[in-house]
Design a protein. Structure first.
Lengths: 391, 594
């Protein structure tokens, strides 16, 4: 197998407001977008011809991945103008697919070992994985190592083996696609016509983001595998413990206390006297002012966090400005997404460009829409739409 | 401008030369050609694109060769005028970038000596001169020939029976790329990045003799040592990576460009230049010099310096400065040039240096001529810019100006601190403009049917209007003019009407009320009005036919977000009109002739 098709066109609607300005594949986990994990895993398994199907906010993908040269791969882009489903996305690549190719979804984070054996498999085949809660996925029935059928989001799952969305196909799959919109539908058609599809199980890292708080779970899961590096300037009196990655041009000022695993990007200005605890990822060009504690959170690029804040299990997306004494403590919360309630342990989830005045307190589970503004001394909770004004 | 390349090594020269020429396309050209050394010299050239030449050219076998992209100055674009040019025997081939100013008299003399000229170019004199002096030593013949040549040149010479290339430069850029048992010569770095990132910069008056495993540089007859530099740009930076055009790619890179400058700022603190030297006389006046888009950056620089440092600033077009006999500023000057090779700007720098003026250069190209002749240099962190229309280099120039000015500002600490916080935010504000692409696209579709357009602004956004108009005219071929809003009444009012839309650039500073008045005046003349306004500006919604909102920033940074919005507007208008956006007709990336 030499070629892989990565599907990266989707928005990820359940992740709104975090996907209003970027596709799901570009959500940043431990300092890099999910898509980069997929590309790097392929490169490490010597698959260097990659077709990227892009659509929603595709410029973000172009800007980050480019021609693929820096990841040691050769990328051809294909645009899926309307996001009509995964099979339709794959059909866009018809003209340039080789006889055998892999298909992967760009929004599932995978580690290289998860596909190490699979890349050598003879198509057609599907990579499957055992999970605790198969209800969110396509449950796969397997008999003697062969796929029997796939049931999408089963009410009562007959097996806890799910479809990872990673396949090895021959060109034949393309002839089953036309009337169908998703790959599992096309596959079921194929199975019905008696084509054999091998099931290969993996116990490697394969992770999915469905809801905003999954960003934290994923971050926690992979941040331990980052390579340690110490760029920038570390002033005297800084305590550094555990696994750390600090980018170039970043300054960590005196008396700061950082306990890894922690990833800090380039050009950040941290401290003096800040406390960064596991497992936190901080983007590029972030300012964190004195006496702030950040724990198990994901902070995006260009964020400015004022003095004396407590930020736990929170997501703060690109370009937020948070003034002093912001409190976002973690706690159990019922969060509503698409009329479903989810019980999760989480702090605050702020999307891009929010401005918070002094001493704002966030209730656990609050989701704040893009470019919202909150005046000083407010208590925020629930779900605030984009461009909300809390005065 | 013209681009030249040379290859010598063990591989077939033709595909390498064509690839290098392809990488030089961004400089702008109308014809191209190659010459390869086999038993004799074989030349293939025409007034076509490199891609077309690659298709129609026969296989020229040989491992030594030269190539050229021509941007016509002397003689129309045609097969005869395309380079390489040969002597009478066809045994010497030359590619040239620059202008031979005494070509007429040389041609007359050489013709009387029996040489036969076939083209209208100034270049052709060079191979004939070399032929005249050649007696078996190519290097000496080139040196002798160049003694007769006035003007500017970067040349590569190829001669039958000589397994080497001879290169020379004066006032035109030329670099040598060092490979493994092969070497390269080119006008600039992107041409050879596919093969090597080790380069030597030739200086004015240098003559280089290059074989496949040796590089010798001579100057006035004695051998000199030229340092090897490692280029940190990758070829990745010079590829489109999914984008339809380099321009769109470069527009989208701007948040990162700003972030990179900020990173340097945070880690270094003050810029690594000694502005104090320039301020030794109290710097009672500062001169800013540039051409084209860089000139607009300089105009914005004037407002920044005057507001934050409080000294008067004079801004001059380098191309005009060289032709005025006025009193020269002797204290300090900042010159801004993306390529570092702009002929007019370099000439101005030399002139200023002669009277003892301290010159600081802001340029994007490490090792460029500007960086070598100025007293001090600050590099912009834009990476290679391929599209002829400048975008990210402009924003990077503004960032360097902010950095310089804020480092030496005498403004209140409180004001500076709040500006610094705002600056940190600029990358995501610019990203917000980019994320608003759909609105801009819609506005572009609306404007693309017009043939004339006016851009108006006041204060620090007046240069933004100039830049917005320049971007539009250079890539969409729509006639556009930038005007100070208050000046409309002094003439351009006569142009207003239903078929001349006006793009008004607003900022929430002391110009805002006056701008609203101007906009009302424009509306009263029935011109379609597009306003670029901050989010939350309700007054403008009622006045304008179309509003593009940009995020709110301190007025001093408004040129950054406004310019990015206007870049996208120009891009989408040009796209709607099917223009060759990256390589507009008649234009060249770096203007290396006066």
């Amino acid at each position: 197998m030499k070629q892989a098709v990565i599907l990266a066109a989707g928005e990820g609607q359940r992740l709104r407001p975090f996907t209003v300005n970027k596709p799901k594949v570009m959500l940043s986990i431990a300092g890099k977008p999910i898509l980069q994990y997929v590309v790097e895993s392929l490169a490490q398994n010597s698959i260097r011809h990659i077709v990227l199907i892009v659509g929603y906010r595709k410029e973000q993908v172009f800007d980050y991945i480019g021609s693929g040269q820096q990841f040691g791969v050769d990328i051809t882009y294909i645009t899926q103008e309307k996001q009509l489903g995964t099979a339709h996305a794959l059909a866009q690549a018809k003209a340039i697919t080789e006889n055998e190719f892999l298909v992967l979804s760009g929004d599932n984070l995978i580690e290289p070992d998860a596909i190490a054996q699979f890349v050598a498999i003879k198509p057609n085949a599907m990579l499957v994985k055992r999970v605790d809660n198969p209800a969110r996925y396509g449950a796969v029935t397997i008999d003697n190592g062969m796929v029997k059928n796939i049931v999408e989001k089963p009410k009562e799952a007959k097996s806890n083996i799910i479809n990872t969305g990673i396949y090895a196909f021959t060109k034949e799959i393309l002839s089953f696609i036309e009337p169908e919109l998703d790959i599992p539908d096309a596959l079921n058609n194929m199975l019905a016509q008696g084509y054999p599809v091998t099931a290969v199980e993996t116990d490697g890292t394969w992770l999915d983001v469905i809801y905003p708080w999954d960003i934290l779970t994923l971050n926690d899961a992979v941040i331990r595998q980052i390579p340690a590096s110490l760029g920038g300037t570390i002033e005297t009196g800084v305590s550094l413990k555990g696994l750390l990655s600090v980018g170039k041009d970043t300054v960590v000022r005196s008396n700061s206390y950082i306990v890894g695993p922690v990833v800090i990007g380039n050009s950040c200005d941290m401290g003096p006297n800040v406390c960064i605890l596991p497992a936190t990822s901080i983007g590029n060009n972030v300012v964190i002012s004195p006496f702030t504690e950040i724990k198990n959170s994901v902070i995006g690029d260009d964020v400015n966090i004022g003095p004396g804040c407590i930020i736990q299990e929170s997501v703060v997306d690109k370009g937020c400005v948070i003034e002093g004494h912001f409190t976002a403590c973690s706690g159990q919360a019922e969060v509503k997404v698409d009329d479903e309630y989810h019980l999760v342990n989480v702090g605050a989830m702020l999307s891009e460009g929010c401005r918070l005045g002094n001493s704002v307190v966030a209730q656990p589970g609050v989701i704040v829409g893009n470019y919202s503004q909150v005046s000083a001394l407010k208590l925020i909770s629930g779900r605030l739409p984009d461009r909300s004004l809390v005065v | 401008m013209c681009g030249i390349v040379g290859y010598i090594g063990e591989r077939q020269a033709q595909p390498i030369l064509l690839n290098c020429l392809g990488r030089l396309e961004y400089r702008g050209y109308d014809s191209c050609g190659i010459a390869v050394l086999s038993s004799g010299i074989e030349v293939y050239k025409d007034a076509i694109r490199v891609e077309a030449l690659a298709k129609v050219a026969p296989q020229l076998g040989g491992t030594v060769g030269v190539g050229h992209t021509r941007w016509a100055t002397h003689g129309e674009p045609s097969q005869l005028n395309a380079h390489p040019h040969c002597d009478c025997s066809g045994n010497i081939a030359v590619v040239h970038n620059g202008v031979v100013t005494n070509s007429q008299s040389l041609k007359k003399q050489l013709t009387s000596e029996g040489h036969n000229f076939v083209s209208e170019t100034d270049t052709e004199a060079i191979p004939h001169l070399i032929e005249k002096y050649y007696d078996g030593n190519l290097e000496e013949a080139v040196e002798a020939a160049l003694r007769d040549v006035d003007g500017s040149y970067a040349i590569i010479v190829l001669a039958a029976g000589e397994p080497r290339l001879v290169a020379a430069r004066k006032d035109s850029p030329l670099i040598i790329g060092i490979g493994d048992r092969e070497n390269f010569i080119a006008s600039d770095v992107p041409a050879i990045l596919d093969y090597t990132n080790r380069v030597i910069y030739l200086e004015d008056g240098d003559i280089g003799v290059i074989t496949k495993d040796n590089i010798k540089v001579r100057r006035n007859g004695t051998e000199v040592d030229r340092k090897e530099h490692e280029i940190l740009w990758s070829i990745e930076d010079a590829q489109k990576g999914g984008y339809e055009h380099f321009m769109l790619k470069e527009i989208h890179e701007q948040p990162r460009v700003i972030r990179d400058t900020l990173g340097e700022w945070v880690s270094i603190g003050e810029p690594a230049v000694d502005l104090a030297v320039m301020m030794r006389t109290g710097l009672e006046a500062l001169l800013l010099l540039a051409c084209g888009t860089s000139y607009h950056a300089a105009l914005i620089g004037k407002y920044i310096v005057e507001e934050l440092v409080g000294i008067p600033v004079r801004v001059e077009l380098a191309s005009e400065f060289n032709y005025s006999g006025q009193t020269l500023v002797k204290t300090g000057a900042i010159v801004i040039t993306q390529s570092g090779e702009t002929a007019d700007t370099l000439k101005a720098v030399k002139r200023l240096k002669e009277v003892g003026c301290q010159v600081l250069a802001i340029t994007n190209v490490v090792g460029s001529t500007a960086s070598r002749i100025a007293d001090q240099t600050v590099y912009t962190r834009a990476g290679p810019e391929i599209c002829v229309a400048a975008t990210k280099s402009f924003i990077a120039q503004l960032m360097v100006l902010y950095w310089l000015v804020m480092s030496y500002s005498k403004a209140e600490a409180r004001r500076l601190a709040s500006l610094l916080t705002e600056l940190r935010h600029l990358p995501s504000k610019v990203q917000q403009v980019l994320d608003n692409e759909d609105t801009i696209l819609e506005c572009a579709n609306y404007l693309s049917r017009y043939e004339n357009m006016l851009f108006i602004g006041r204060g620090i956004n007046f240069p933004v209007a100039l830049e917005g108009a320049l971007k539009l005219k250079e890539i969409s071929y729509i006639h556009a003019e930038g005007y100070a809003a208050g000046e409309l009444k002094h003439g351009p009012f006569a142009l207003l009407g239903g078929d001349t839309p006006v793009v008004a650039i607003l900022a929430h500073d002391n110009t805002y009320e006056a701008m609203l008045t101007n906009i009302k005046e424009v509306k009263a003349r029935k011109s379609p009005l597009v306003a670029l306004a901050e989010e939350g500006d309700e007054a403008i919604g009622e006045l304008a036919d179309f509003v593009i909102t940009v995020p709110r920033v301190d007025a001093i940074f408004s040129p950054v977000v406004n310019s990015v919005a206007l870049q996208l507007l120009a891009y989408y208008i040009a796209k709607q009109r099917d223009c060759p956006i990256d390589f507009p007709r008649n234009l060249a990336k770096s203007v290396t002739v006066e």
